[in-house]
Design a protein around this ligand. Structure first.
Ligand code: 8IG
Length: 282
């Protein structure tokens, strides 16, 4: 009886960090990888990046890992992949690729939003790369432009942290890792990511608000995950793919088809970019 309670992430009496520890144990067992070095969350447009990085040595359905899928409820749960790669110094490393992001707008609660990041930390990762597809506020960022996240503004009015745990978010998006990324591509711009709740896109007035408060990118993920990552002691690299000009920035309305097309077109280029960044992180 007590056991069921502790492993159900949706039970408020359970400990989400304990569920993450159990999930990480399961990931290790099912992939045969004892310890991961780095983890990646692949957002819109970034799905092909794992293939550029190295050799897949294990794959686990999220349904088989505690906390990722509500049992009995059908839905698209992703997979978690173990990728073996050789870093820039020639050492053999393992990356955990999380293809199972839960968005805040799904309404499943912040525990599920933060779970993947917490599992990554419990599986040994010291670095997490959070990627996303988003809207851009600078007209010069054409669809297909990758931008490093230098900071965020969390407009969800929520936090992945429960209770009175005060986590410092200064340099949340590691300056060191952004520096590594720029050794791969010196032309990479940086911007402030604004997480809206979604799932609707912003109105032009909301995009102007985001601009006036210091935002450069608008999206529906990443910020809450980054907070959970910092709480878990992970070093965070955030990279956005601008798939569309944010509402009102360009004269044309947002089209999901164009967003998908921009991601498809950028896929091979940003996949190769991300793989080289990970190799240089080590
Ligand atoms: I792809 O323009 C993508 N995701 N909030 N706004 C928000 N999320 C997005 C956008 C966008 N484009």
């Amino acid at each position: 009886m007590a056991e069921t309670v502790t492993t159900d992430i949706d039970d408020p009496t359970s400990d989400p960090l304990e569920v993450a520890r159990l999930a990480a144990e399961r990931v290790r067992e099912l992939t045969g990888v004892a310890r991961f070095d780095i983890a990646l969350v692949l957002g819109s447009g970034w799905g092909g990046a794992a293939a550029h990085l190295g050799e897949q040595v294990g794959e686990v359905s999220a349904d088989d890992v505690p906390g990722f899928s509500r049992s009995g409820v059908p839905g698209h749960s992703g997979t978690l992949s173990a990728i073996r790669y050789t870093d820039a110094a020639g050492a053999s490393k393992h990356a955990l690729v999380l293809g199972a992001r839960t968005h805040y707008y799904e309404g499943k609660g912040v525990r599920r939003v933060a779970h993947g990041v917490r599992v990554a930390a419990a599986a040994g990762a010291s670095v997490i790369v959070l990627t996303n597809g988003c809207g851009g506020l600078r007209p010069e960022w054409l669809p297909g432009t990758a931008v490093l996240i230098k900071d965020h503004i969390n407009l969800t009015a929520d936090s992945p942290i429960e209770g009175a745990t005060f986590v410092d978010l200064t340099d949340l998006y590691s300056a060191r890792l952004r520096g590594v990324a720029r050794t791969v591509d010196a032309s990479l711009d940086e911007g402030v990511y604004v997480q809206f709740r979604g799932p609707h896109y912003e109105t032009p007035a909301e995009v102007q608000m985001a601009h006036r408060i210091g935002g450069d990118l608008v999206g529906m993920s990443t910020a809450l995950e980054a907070i959970a990552a910092r709480q878990a002691g992970l070093e965070v690299l955030g990279i956005s793919l601008v798939t569309n000009a944010a509402a009102g920035i360009s004269a044309t309305p947002l089209s999901h088809t164009e967003v998908i097309e921009a991601g498809r077109e950028a896929g091979p280029r940003i996949g190769a970019l991300l793989a080289e960044i990970v190799r240089r992180i080590g």
